[in-house]
Design a protein around this ligand. Structure first.
Ligand code: NIG
Ligand code: FE
Length: 403
């Protein structure tokens, strides 16, 4: 019996990224039926028949889920090329931040930028990711730090999806740095975040997560605890930049709040890893920031693996520590710099990245999951990680529509 659907993709090799025991979740079937933006069936045409309003011949190329960039700061004003020059002359990222540059520099530029200016520059950056096969992007605020500009950033983030075939997940990162107007009383800023901004973000449904930068140049564990408590009170999930430059035990704290993810974690103490496993928290590695800041301390990959903590990879696209609008480059860096296998990297930008954003319908090719798919002209999925800037998807579908 022939069953009806919107689209049939035929003659494809499927790296489903399901965890089914085969490398890359490879499936033996060669066809995918899509209906209402979801995968309706994965089938073998010699056994089953689906009739699509349209069909597409994949010519035996590889079909993968669209990539998910689960950590970016791609809405911002200005750029920090001047700091890049300072860093080349020997100043560190921390020194620049302490002297009022760094994140605060971008805060000044973002406050001054109109919504339209922010949107058009953000669209350009997001388009770079999208052309490489990214179909979902998390976008953090955190360069406004006052009510008006944080809300402006979150709204701009959401609007990107009106211009590109991509799903946007906005995250409120009020605790990115203490803004200059609160320098002498940072706890008052934390109170403002907890009492005023988090309730407004929750009420207006501007974000589903709250993030923090737990670091000496960011916020103390005690301050982050207050912010996490307020987030949970408003039914928002938490995520955290932790252990990027030092070990403040931010990951352990985040695990207490069942954080969706802990991000960076170069300085994570392996003793804190079992807590992440218990809280089902994803470890998000950001090799772009590691590379760009010339770090030497690597995240404890072997121990994360040994404890079966899911590892995701993201660009951290931002103007200071990772001005890198390329998921494919970051995927290669994750292997070369952190020794992740190509298979781990691909799980890291699909299933595990989806988990870091609480997007259970994305990140794998499976029945009932969203049909965000990319077709690649490669002999093997590892090629996507092995080279740099060698491939683009030859065809893409977002929510079942070719784009
Ligand atoms: O993820 N660590 C804090 N936040 C960003 C950097 C932001 C910036 O330098 O503008 C990060 O690396
Ligand atoms: Fe970040």
């Amino acid at each position: 019996m022939t069953k009806q659907c919107d689209l049939v993709l035929e003659h494809v090799r499927i790296a489903s990224m399901q965890k089914n025991g085969t490398p890359y979740g490879e499936l033996t079937q060669s066809s995918v039926a899509i209906k209402n933006g979801e995968v309706l069936a994965i089938f073998d045409p010699s056994q089953e028949n689906y009739q699509g309003n349209e069909s597409f011949d994949g010519e035996n190329k590889w079909l993968l889920p669209g990539f998910i960039d689960c950590h970016t700061h791609l809405v911002y004003g200005g750029n920090r090329a001047n700091e890049f020059e300072q860093r080349l002359q020997g100043k560190t990222y921390t020194e620049i931040a302490q002297q009022g540059g760094g994140i605060q520099g971008t805060v000044n530029a973002t406050r001054e930028s109109s919504e339209q200016t922010l949107l058009s520059s953000a669209i350009k950056r997001a388009a770079r990711l999208v052309e490489e096969g990214v179909t979902s992007i998390e976008v953090k605020s955190g360069y406004g730090l006052n009510m008006q500009t944080e809300i402006k950033m979150l709204k701009v983030a959401r609007q990107i999806a009106e211009h590109l075939p991509v799903n946007i997940v906005p995250t409120y990162l009020g605790a990115h740095t203490v803004p200059k107007e609160y320098r002498s009383n940072p706890d008052d800023y934390v109170q403002f975040v907890c009492d005023q901004v988090i309730p407004a973000v929750a009420k207006q449904q501007l974000a589903s997560c709250v993030d923090v930068f737990c670091e000496s140049i960011g916020f103390s564990p005690m301050q982050c605890r207050k912010i996490f408590t307020a987030a949970k009170m408003h039914n928002l999930n938490v995520k955290a930049h932790v252990e990027q430059l030092s070990d403040l035990k931010g990951a352990k704290l985040a695990a207490e709040f069942a954080a969706l993810s802990v991000d960076h974690i170069e300085y994570l103490d392996p003793k804190d890893i079992p807590a992440l496993k218990r809280s089902d928290t994803v470890a998000v590695l950001l090799p772009g920031a590691f590379y760009y800041l010339n770090e030497t301390q690597k995240p404890p990959v072997a121990e994360l693996r040994a404890n079966n903590v899911p590892i995701a990879i993201a660009t951290d696209l931002n103007p200071g520590s990772s001005p890198i609008a390329s998921i494919l480059t970051i995927m290669n860096m994750a292997s070369v710099l952190f020794s992740l296998t190509p298979e781990e990297v691909l799980y890291g930008v699909t299933v595990h990245a989806a988990k870091a954003l609480n997007l259970p319908n994305k990140g794998q090719i499976n029945i009932g999951k969203d049909a965000d798919l990319c077709l690649w002209d490669i002999e093997h999925p590892a090629e996507l990680v092995y080279g740099i800037n060698q491939h683009r998807p030859v065809a893409k579908w977002f929510a079942g529509r070719q784009c």
